[in-house]
Design a protein around this ligand. Structure first.
Ligand SMILES: [Zn+2]
Ligand SMILES: [Zn+2]
Length: 438
């Protein structure tokens, strides 16, 4: 914008391995960027920061205080994950960055609060303001203004209240260019969906499991989805829909992320303000025992009558949820309940696809496991539905719309639908390397 060069988000691709998961950073000249703005802490938005700033030593990094802390934890965890993948999957370029690199750059990141304008760039010509995005703790949409032109970037957005996160509050006036996520563009939400009913269905599945003497495994992303789910369980216990005495186990990275959520318990843009998960809010049992590396993929025994809320959400190899699944699967009293996204080729996604089969191949190296437990999927997406995003785009009626963060069919739906809704707007599917002038 003007004479200032800005990068919005610098993530890693969740489905690619090695340096392939990075954005095309080679197209950027050395020391050519003035500012990097991070919408939220998920790795597909923040995972490439250490690699990016290596060649952009004078770029300022702006984000919310919450995101700052979450990104730092996730990047350190990412180094650990990449280091073990280097050996196990034979990816010699991993890790793409180191703990000491993170420690060196993180103190320079600049925290910015919601709804407070700040300026940067050549002669401070760019004005920026963060708006709450309702997606996860600390997530924002980004409004940029320069020389009478304005750009709004949605980041990942949810326009409805979640149990923890309050709905997004985005501007609609005076936006010339809208850069919007399109995650759920390919599939409409069922017409009869209600979050309340989905929560009741979840409670019933857990009750049935406990009543028949089984245990429930809920595979969860450590950050965001875990805390949403834990708060749902808390509300269900408070309302009597679940027995207060059912033990809930968390572990690994989830614990660390929950500590951060507790530190920001008084932040304005959330429900249950002041509620702290680990300081009296809930009787969580923290499984802290570190397993040896060689034991990572081994099964872990479970006790009956319990809820195991464990990462990862897609039951990826070498994670706690993956290890638990091995023993949970063969017993018809148990259940595995999915509440988030599971890519089709992940163990979680394959398990959902295999529902009804008698056996399941949890990982390539071991023999199939009998599959007798109940398996259910619930919709607690942290992303806006396509109709909500369409309504928002129509209200904004930007002269230019750029579609990002969705698979091809998702972006295609928005291209066609918004093309018909807003015939005077220019709408682009931005592919890597495309130049869109405005
Ligand atoms: Zn996200
Ligand atoms: Zn995302």
């Amino acid at each position: 914008m003007g004479n200032t060069r800005i990068i919005l988000d610098a993530g890693t691709h969740p489905k690619r391995e090695g340096a392939d998961n990075l954005p095309d950073l080679d197209s950027l000249d050395y020391d050519s960027i003035d500012a990097i703005i991070i919408s939220h802490a998920h790795l597909d938005h923040a995972g490439a920061i250490p690699v990016l700033v290596r060649n952009q030593p004078n770029a300022k990094v702006f984000l919310t205080e919450e995101s700052n802390e979450l990104v730092e934890s996730l990047l350190h965890n990412s180094v650990n994950v990449m280091t073990s993948q280097r050996d196990e999957l034979d990816i010699p370029e991993f890790p793409l960055f180191t703990h000491s690199e993170i420690n060196a750059i993180q103190p320079n990141w600049e925290n910015r609060a919601l709804r407070q304008e700040f300026t940067f760039g050549k002669n401070n010509e760019v004005t920026c303001e963060f708006y709450p995005a309702g997606h996860i703790l600390g997530s924002v949409g980004v409004l940029l203004k320069c020389q009478d032109r304005s750009v709004f970037y949605t980041g990942d957005v949810h326009f409805e209240d979640q149990t923890l996160s309050k709905a997004a509050e985005f501007p609609t006036e005076g936006i010339d260019v809208l850069i919007t996520e399109t995650t759920r563009g390919a599939v409409p939400r069922r017409a009869d969906y209600s979050r309340k009913q989905e929560i009741e269905r979840l409670a019933a599945a857990i009750r049935d499991t406990i009543d028949r003497g089984g245990s429930t495994l809920i595979p969860l992303f450590a950050m965001g989805k875990s805390q949403e789910l834990l708060l749902i369980l808390h509300e269900l216990k408070e309302s009597g829909q679940l027995n207060k005495n059912i033990p809930v186990y968390v572990g690994g990275l989830t614990t660390k992320m929950t500590v951060t959520h507790d530190r920001f318990a008084d932040t304005a843009h959330r429900h249950h303000r002041g509620f702290r998960f680990l300081q009296g809010g809930m009787d969580l049992i923290v499984a802290s025992k570190k397993r040896k590396k060689k034991d990572r993929n081994r099964s872990i025994p479970y006790d009956s009558g319990r809820i195991y809320a464990l990462s990862s959400g897609m039951m990826t190899e070498n994670t706690v949820s993956h290890a638990f699944a091995r023993n949970i699967l063969p017993n018809e009293r148990n259940s595995i309940l999915f509440v988030g996204y599971a890519a089709a080729d992940s163990p979680g996604g394959r398990l959902l696809e295999a529902r009804g089969d008698k056996e399941f191949q949890l990982d390539e190296d071991s023999s199939p496991i009998a599959m007798r437990c109940q398996i259910e999927r619930f919709d607690f997406s942290g992303h806006a539905t396509r109709d909500e995003l369409r309504d928002y785009a129509r209200k904004v009626a930007a002269s230019q719309i750029i579609l990002v963060h969705g698979d091809e069919p998702a972006r295609q739906w928005f291209l066609e639908t918004l093309g018909a809704d807003l015939p005077d707007s220019s709408i682009n599917i931005a592919n890597p390397g495309d130049v869109v002038a405005f």
